[in-house]
Ligand binder design. Sequence first.
Ligand code: BES
Ligand code: MN
Ligand code: MN
Length: 457
Amino acid sequence: MNINHLIENNKNRYLEELMDLLRIPSVSADPAYQPAMRKCAEWVQKSLLSAGVDSAEVIETDGHPVVYAEKHIGSQYPTVLVYGHYDVQPPDPLELWDSPPFEPVIKSGNIYARGAADDKGQFYMHIKAFELLAEQQALPVNIKFMIEGEEEVGSANLRSFLLQHQSRLAADVILVSDTSMVGLDTPSIETGLRGLAYLEVTATGPNRDLHSGVYGGAVANPINALCAMIASLHDESGRINIPGFYDEVVELSQDERTAMAKRPFDLAAYQSALGVDAVAGESGYSTIERTGIRPTLDVNGIWGGYTGEGAKTVLPSKAHAKLSMRLVPNQSSENIAALFTAHFRAIAPPGIRIDVRPHHGGEPVVTPTDMPAYRAATLAIEQTFGKSPVPTRGGGSIPIIALFEEILGLKTVLMGFGLDSDAIHSPNEHFGIENFLKGIETIAHFHQQFAVLAEHK
Ligand code: BES
Ligand code: MN
Ligand code: MN
């Protein structure tokens, strides 16, 4: 069986199917898209059935449904549980897209649409790799698919889903394509994800908006106060000023840091791709370390007072901000959220009341590189790309990965094929067609390699 040949012969069909999937606006965050979420789950279910699974279901949760499917070839064979998500981020700001986000177009080797790389284009590679092997009667492992619809909103209902379906989800390893690699010429595997603690804060001053001339200078302004409080959360070396914040952070050894620095990285290209004339962050750490092994705190949104046309002289009653912290091993999202809340309340100036409301959280993970599935991924990437993958630490978060380990006792391989330049969550998100096709090939090789290497009994 020549996998390459089969992919080449079918690639136009694969791309057309993917474009159909990308036309469904499955935005999990916005209730207005709920019918599209359902339609998308059913579309994924059908595509799994036509790819050759034994069964595929749309399983209800308290939020958006999970699509679950399996193909069993025999209990003597190892089982791979493929995870992905069919939900996407909201597409706005719409005016910054060169073509509408849910009308996919192919331009200079990329497919442009919301979800192209995160994660529809990536989980669809798994369905096509499976279809190809099944069609050739060459599937060497049992496969389970779990494609969820709430990753982009924090996977809040997934803990109870895993607990409820624990036995049917039994597997030897979890395989996920929802991360990026360094480049087609530098294949890589992410070996870690950061955790996340996301909070919303409200600062309240006077009981109503005031005239800023009549009262200004005499009553605390909640926007001024909130800005000063937020500014105090970093010190001049870029460290986070919350007591206890770094207590659990695992520091890497010099050897580990030296190994990390081997990953190719072009700082000038990085800066120019982002249109910035300098990078910024915690002193004493490289850019790669700042996103890979160090925790962060960022304001994601801030509002209050008058933001309409013209000018209004107002001393507002309230100010708001959304803040998130990226976490590294062994920080816990609950613990960090509690430290933040206590500190933020403590630093409020007189005349300002602070409310803190938690949004979602997720725990950091490090995936092992000394297990059969990682070796299978390494060999599969070598087969496709002719080069060994370099291990990297990713800065993003996938909340369910830590739960897979906690609840199912399973390790994960993060075999992603996106690029950092794919503009995920941004306008003009895209996915390289070569990444897509090479991904399908690599996944097929993975199953073949894992069938040989797995220590399944
Ligand atoms: N696929 C991403 C995470 C990702 C992207 C990991 C690139 C590594 C490289 C995922 O869909 C995502 O966006 N996760 C969110 C977390 C979620 C709780 C909203 C994130 O990282 O902000
Ligand atoms: Mn994703
Ligand atoms: Mn995402």
